[in-house]
Design a protein around this ligand. Structure first.
Ligand code: ZN
Length: 270
């Protein structure tokens, strides 16, 4: 009887998930159609020209995809603010950076767990229940919220080769959190679990050793905090310092090429 009940519950669950996925894909098709008939394309592209120096290096296919994906994200995910008015520049710079993480994916799922982005004008004090107060530039929460400071976002976007990009960092945490708690092992690895874990653990431990020996690395030592931070910081380095990362960490670089389905050295810095 118990097993029968469980099977019924599972069937209902699969049907509900199926309906949700179907509704979402119909909505995405509708948003794409809306974009083709609006003037938004021009507005988004002018924001990209202003804040993304790499934009002119992208080929036309990637340019088109980044515009479309940013617009879809801006329609699917709420953007709220505290102490700053959300402008087109803020909206499309933020969703443009989120769009970079799915640029190589022909059929992205558009951060299915992410429901809201909250923007502060600059660094802010986080005062979550049960946690100590801290000054923050950004956060990514398991319950589908990313918090960003605009000052940090725009600095990161306009200096796209220094290895620091707060928005890419927080959206990378969201990818990691799609598979539960952030642990440096995101969903949809495109490689087997053990290859990912072995490479990641080895590189993470090497970074800790380098920090202890005060050596240099293209990956920021903040990545030694834990494996979730290592994934987020590696993502920043991957997109912003690909040539250096490829030379210093070829295995890790290739793993991220497979994960993001893109080679930043070839498409952003050609
Ligand atoms: Zn982080």
């Amino acid at each position: 009887m118990d097993i029968f009940f469980l099977i019924i519950v599972l069937i209902i669950l699969f049907i509900l998930i199926g309906i949700f996925v179907k509704r979402r894909s119909v909505k995405i098709q509708y948003i794409k159609m809306k974009l083709s008939k609006s003037e938004r394309k021009g507005i988004i592209e002018s924001v990209f020209h202003k804040n993304f120096l790499f934009y002119e290096h992208l080929n036309n296919t990637f340019k088109e995809k980044l515009i479309t994906d940013s617009y879809i994200l801006s329609e699917l995910i709420d953007i709220d603010s505290i102490g700053i008015k959300i402008t087109d520049e803020i909206k499309y710079t933020i969703f443009g950076l989120a769009g970079l993480l799915i640029l190589g994916d022909e059929n992205p799922n558009y951060f299915p767990n992410l429901t809201s982005v909250v923007v502060y004008p600059k660094m802010y004090i986080s005062d979550q229940k049960g946690q100590n107060k801290s000054v923050n530039l950004g956060e990514s929460w398991n319950f589908g919220v990313v918090v960003l400071s605009w000052c940090d976002v725009v600095n990161g976007a306009q200096n796209f080769s220094d290895g620091h990009n707060g928005a890419l960092h927080e959206f990378a945490h969201q990818l990691d959190q799609q598979s539960g708690q952030a642990d440096g092992i995101p969903a949809n690895l495109n490689t087997d679990y053990y290859t990912w874990k072995n490479t990641f653990d080895k590189e993470y431990n090497n970074l800790i050793k380098e920090m202890e020996n005060a050596e240099y690395d293209s990956i920021d030592f903040y990545g030694t905090t834990n494996k979730a931070e290592f994934f987020a910081v590696s993502t920043e380095t991957f997109f912003e310092k690909p040539a250096l990362m490829k030379a210093e960490h070829p295995e890790l670089y290739n793993l991220l090429v497979r994960y993001y389905k893109i080679d930043p050295e070839k498409i952003f810095f050609r």
